[in-house]
Design a binder for this molecule. Structure first.
Ligand SMILES: [Zn+2]
Length: 405
């Protein structure tokens, strides 16, 4: 998390330049601090006088603090170093899963400072009680954060469905059975007042988490595949999430694997989800569908259950076929298996990599070396949600410092 996002919001005016420079200072201190003013100036290429003015503004806004002299005996400010304030902002992330709800608070260093969760099957539950429960968990986490002297700066919610570009309406979440649900309106009615709120697809937030905190160095061009009941993907190109015209890019689950295959609820036939979705894999393994079965599949495969292993090999092949289209089109550095899929990687990867290697056009492409497994696993979307708020603070600290008065 060392650079401002390519989508950072600065207009090309004097105010815009000031906001951009405030952001550069914040990014430098968070990534490399504690730093003296002179060190910040050296790193971002501004004069010390200019940096001092920016730093004073960030200190007044409660975003940075001065630690005092670096060496005992050094008098005055020149030797003192800057760091993120202990009572600074936190990003609140929330996740609506098919089998759970989760909320966490992440500080500017990327540390999780509070969390709360509730297990339970949300399939077919109407939105109102689910969102009331989520609002209660958000309230719990924000009051814990406030108790630690932190300031909640915004709330971002990850959902397993398509989200409109207004960033608060779920257009369709097939595995919850929701359509046209204005999450923003519900949470604003029941949730903490005055917090900026956004809603995004879980696969998008999982991919952004990978970009921000997943690797060192993080890949800048990759396809991130995740699954709960459905299969989602997100495309990161040049360090930027590719959202598409309507915000619906990355619907890998509905890429056809066999055009004459079984009918899919989306209206197509032989979609990837019909072969590699959780229910399809359970069916192929002779198991009953139900909530939270990824752990069961992983356990049985680990114990050597041949039927489960065969079902996972089949799912891996189908994933490889569907992903070969994306890899041929986009030429990414890597394909990342994230979310619950990362737990099944040992049994999915061999057939996935074989199919992908066979179908990607360039014979020089390293076979098997182009798929990686996310270290964030099923925590990706929740952490991505919280980090999207943190990233927004770092990209435009003036907005928050202004609000703090
Ligand atoms: Zn489909």
């Amino acid at each position: 998390m060392t650079d401002p996002s390519p989508d950072a919001p600065w207009p090309n005016t004097q105010q815009g330049i000031r906001r951009r420079n405030l952001s550069l200072v914040m990014h430098a201190v968070v990534a490399q601090g504690p730093l003296s003013r002179a060190a910040v100036a050296g790193r971002i290429g501004l004069t010390r006088a200019a940096v001092s003015t920016l730093v004073d503004e960030l200190i007044r806004g409660g975003l940075l603090v001065e630690l005092g002299p670096e060496r005992p005996g050094t008098v005055g400010r020149p030797g003192s170093s800057l760091t993120v304030g202990p009572h600074g902002p936190v990003g609140i992330g929330a996740e609506i899963g098919v089998d759970h709800l989760a909320v966490c608070a992440v500080d500017l260093h990327g540390k999780v400072r509070a969390r709360a969760a509730a297990e339970g099957d949300n399939r077919g539950r109407p939105p109102e009680p689910v969102l009331k429960e989520l609002a209660r968990l958000v309230g719990e986490v924000t009051s814990t954060a406030r108790g630690l002297g932190l300031r909640p700066a915004g709330l971002a919610v990850a959902v397993p469905g398509l989200v409109a570009r207004d960033s608060h309406t779920v257009v369709r979440a097939p595995n919850l059975g929701w359509s046209q649900v204005d999450i923003g309106a519900h949470l604003r009615a029941d949730g903490p007042e005055g917090m900026a709120l956004s809603v995004d697809n879980e696969a998008n937030l999982g991919a952004l988490a990978e970009l921000w905190i997943g690797g060192d160095p993080a890949p800048q061009d990759f396809v991130h595949v995740s699954a709960e009941i459905g299969i989602g993907a997100a495309l990161v190109v040049g360090g930027r999430l590719l959202r598409g015209t309507h915000g619906f890019a990355g619907e890998l689950g509905h890429v056809p694997v066999r055009p004459e295959g079984p009918a899919c609820p989306c209206g197509g036939r032989g979609c990837l989800e019909q072969y590699a979705g959780e229910e399809a894999v359970l069916r192929a393994a002779g198991l009953e569908p139900g909530g939270g079965r990824i752990g069961l599949l992983a356990g049985l495969a680990d114990d050597g259950d041949q039927r489960v292993r065969r079902a996972l090999r089949g799912a891996g092949s189908a994933l490889g076929i569907a992903l070969s289209g994306a890899v041929n089109l986009l030429d990414p550095q890597t394909v990342v298996l994230g979310g619950a899929l990362s737990r099944l990687a040992p049994w999915l990867l061999p057939s996935l990599e074989r199919e992908l290697g066979r179908r990607t056009a360039d014979p020089q492409r390293p076979r098997g070396g182009s798929v990686t497994v996310s270290r964030l696993g099923s925590q990706g979307p929740l952490l991505g949600a919280a980090h999207s708020v943190v990233q927004a603070v770092l990209d435009d600290p003036a907005a928050l410092a202004g609000r703090a008065g």
